[in-house]
Structure formats: structure tokens, C-alpha cells
Design a protein around this ligand. Structure first.
Ligand SMILES: N[C@@H](CCC(=O)N[C@@H](CS)C(=O)NCC(=O)O)C(=O)O
Length: 233
């Protein structure tokens, strides 16, 4: 049994999607990020960085893993699923996983901060992070023009990138004129395990379809978290 400490965010959903795909039994513990539960000592003992997601593998002497990319690799290696074992195949998955961890996630995260949450509108910062996110989308699109998935068969690299790209509207980054990215977004989004994973936990509101008023309300809640120094993602 795996304990998953998470919330309804792209980094959290990467792990719940992978657990669903791998059919691993898990217990979900939802942390209230706005209350700062992720900074409490009991959670810092699992993740010294004080952010979700983190897992504890009860079957492995309560082994704890933090950082969503590291969790995905741990689960893939534990189960032998969603990542090949040969050196080159594994390297390809790692390359596209690192691309997400070092690129898509941080850039879209900062696009969200400056486009949605910051009290002042600093247009150069918004342009920088949205522009860089869009550039990364074109890299994904070019890869997906030649390949059905990012790295061989469907893998943890697809899950990691998909969980972020799917919230592109919230980040204010278009997927127009990126037909291969759109094809891949829809294909992965139609997988039953993915549909279940994004409900673990479900977002209080569908940000893609939220009214302007709801979007503002959500942005205000995150802004207050930013102001108390809890979050930058
Ligand atoms: N690099 C980390 C990022 C984790 C992260 O930024 N988590 C956010 C939610 S997506 C969080 O816990 N924010 C609350 C906070 O920073 O206090 C990972 O991929 O696991």
C-alpha cells in the first residue's frame, strides 16, 4: 500500500495518474495547501521541501519519496511499468521527464504566478513565462509529429508533461496550431486511468471552464498563500 500526500495540482495529479495506470493500491491524503499543512513538521519529515506530492511505501519499511519526477521513477521501477528497462529506452523517458521537471513545470508555474496570482500585472514577466511555455509546447509538438508518445511507448514522461499541458488555458498559453500536441492531449485525456487520476483529488472548480468570478476567487486564495510565503507554484 502506498500513502499519497497530495492536492489537486498538476504535480499531484502526475502521481495519482501513474498509480491508477499501474493499478497500485494507494490511500490518498489531501493536504490543505492554503492552511499550510505542507509546512508542518510531520510532513517535512516526509518531504523536507514542504510541498506536495510525497509518497510513503508501506511495503518498503515506510520508505518516503518526494519530488514528483522521482516518485514517478520510483513507481515505474517498483512495478516495471511505464518505463523501459533498457539503457537507451530508459534514457529517452528520463530526457522527456527532465524536460517537464526543469522546463514545462517551472515555466507554466511561473506563468500562473504572474498571469493569475501576482497582485501587480508585470507584463514583461507574464510575456517571458507564457512565451517560454509556448516555445516548450512547440518542442513537444515537433516530437509528437514523428512519435505517437514522447519516449517510445506511453510512459511516465507522457504523464508528467500531460498533467501540466492540460492546464494551458489557466496559464494563458495557447495550443493553437500545434496539431500533434492537441492529438496527444486528447488521446491521453481519454484514458480511463487518467480520467480517474485527475479526480484524486478533484479540483474544487474546473479552472478551464470556471467563470471569471470563480477564477478570480481561486486566484485570490492562491495569492494569499503566495503572500504568506508558502508557495511559488
Ligand atoms: N518540484 C516539485 C514541485 C512541487 C510543488 O511545487 N508543489 C506545489 C503544488 S503543485 C505545492 O506544494 N505548493 C505549496 C507550497 O509551496 O507551499 C515536484 O515536482 O514535486
Amino acid at each position: 500500500m502506498i500513502d499519497l500526500y497530495s492536492a489537486a495540482t498538476p504535480n499531484g495529479h502526475k502521481v495519482s495518474i501513474a498509480l491508477e495506470e499501474m493499478a497500485l493500491p494507494y490511500e490518498l491524503h489531501v493536504l490543505d495547501l492554503q492552511k499550510g499543512v505542507q509546512k508542518e513538521p510531520w510532513f517535512l519529515a516526509l518531504n523536507p521541501n514542504g510541498r506536495i506530492p510525497a509518497i510513503v511505501d508501506r511495503a518498503e519499511d515506510n520508505f518516503a519519496v518526494f519530488e514528483s519526477g522521482a516518485i514517478l521513477v520510483y513507481l515505474a521501477e517498483k512495478t516495471g511499468q511505464l518505463m523501459p528497462r533498457d539503457v537507451k529506452g530508459r534514457s529517452q523517458v528520463m530526457q522527456w521527464l527532465m524536460f517537464q521537471m526543469g522546463g514545462v513545470g517551472p515555466m507554466m508555474g511561473q506563468a500562473n504566478v504572474f498571469y493569475r496570482y501576482f497582485p501587480e500585472k508585470i507584463q514583461p514577466a507574464i510575456d517571458r513565462y507564457q512565451g517560454e511555455s509556448r516555445r516548450l509546447f512547440t518542442v513537444l509538438d515537433a516530437r509528437l509529429k514523428e512519435h505517437e508518445y514522447l519516449a517510445g511507448d506511453y510512459s511516465i514522461a507522457d504523464i508528467a508533461n500531460w498533467a501540466w499541458v492540460r492546464i494551458h488555458k489557466w496559464s494563458g498559453v495557447s495550443v493553437e496550431e500545434l496539431p500533434h500536441l492537441q492529438r496527444w492531449l486528447a488521446a491521453i485525456g481519454s484514458r480511463p486511468a487518467v480520467q480517474k487520476g485527475i479526480l484524486m483529488p478533484a479540483s474544487a472548480r474546473d479552472l478551464e471552464k470556471a467563470s471569471e468570478q470563480d477564477a478570480q476567487k481561486f486566484a485570490e486564495q492562491v495569492r494569499s498563500m503566495l503572500e504568506t510565503g508558502q508557495s511559488r507554484a
